[in-house]
Write a protein that binds this ligand. Structure first.
Ligand code: DC
Length: 231
């Protein structure tokens, strides 16, 4: 039997992290941890309660009280906030922007880091912005998934349309670039490539091709990756 590994994937918005992490987790029989969703849930609840990103004390209380849960369903993973299904509600462009802003707050990052460490461990594929640098620096395999802003914008645009959310392509590309800047330049846990991370540029690659590249790398590090049949 191959030993269970903790695999992390970091990278900018729209690089394909969620799609690839989901496929990879399924192939390996691992759990998938979508850490962006935790920030999105906090953003959604803050918006509903009229709490803005600057209201640190209110955010501290919100993070202490909030209950975030993931559940595997036939159609994919569902996300719950205080028992309510918010899977779709957290994916709007407004919540994307607000999540990026709110994730700059130290109180929010500390609370989410704790939550993510409680659910992450061997046998998990965790995906986000600071997995390999802050939350799980001890991860067995670290990936940094990238793509050009234009390609990432196009993917986000198609994703929104598929969800029935109308959008404007050039605006989505613009928002992607703006979100990159926010994520890379924030003071706490900015988006950076972790030391020892394996860099993949997914521009022009299908999710399956990216997953195959990852499996080859995982097998080198002792996991049950491509073609080793388990070590
Ligand atoms: O991956 P995503 O688009 O669902 O993430 C939403 C926002 O949450 C993103 O703009 C930055 C933030 N985020 C973060 O700061 N750290 C993470 N590990 C994951 C997401």
């Amino acid at each position: 039997m191959a030993k269970k590994l903790l695999i992390v994937i970091d990278g900018p918005a729209g690089a394909g992290k969620s799609t690839v992490a989901r496929i990879l987790a399924k192939k390996l029989g691992y759990r998938y941890l979508d850490t962006g969703a935790t920030y999105r849930v906090v953003a959604l609840k803050a918006e509903q309660e009229g709490i803005t990103p600057e209201m640190t004390e209110e955010l501290r209380r919100l993070c202490a009280e909030i209950e975030i849960k993931f559940e595997e369903a036939e159609q994919g993973q569902r996300v719950y906030c205080d028992g309510r299904d918010v899977t779709e509600a957290i994916r709007t462009p407004e919540i994307s922007m607000l999540a990026s802003k709110i994730s700059q707050q130290r109180v929010v990052r500390e609370a989410m880091t704790q939550l993510q460490r409680r659910v992450g461990g061997p046998g998990v594929v965790a995906e986000g912005r600071d997995m390999g640098t802050v939350v799980f620096p001890q991860a067995d395999v670290k990936f940094y998934l990238d793509a050009t802003p234009q390609e990432r914008g196009r993917r986000r645009y198609r994703e929104l349309l598929a969800r029935g959310i109308s959008a404007d392509l050039s605006q989505v590309i613009e928002e992607t670039i703006k979100r990159d800047q926010e994520d890379q330049n924030r003071k706490v846990a900015p988006l950076q490539m972790a030391q020892g991370a394996f860099y993949i540029d997914s521009t022009g690659m299908s999710p399956e091709e990216v997953v195959q590249k990852m499996l080859a790398e995982i097998s080198k590090r002792g996991g049950n990756g491509a073609g080793d049949g388990g070590k």
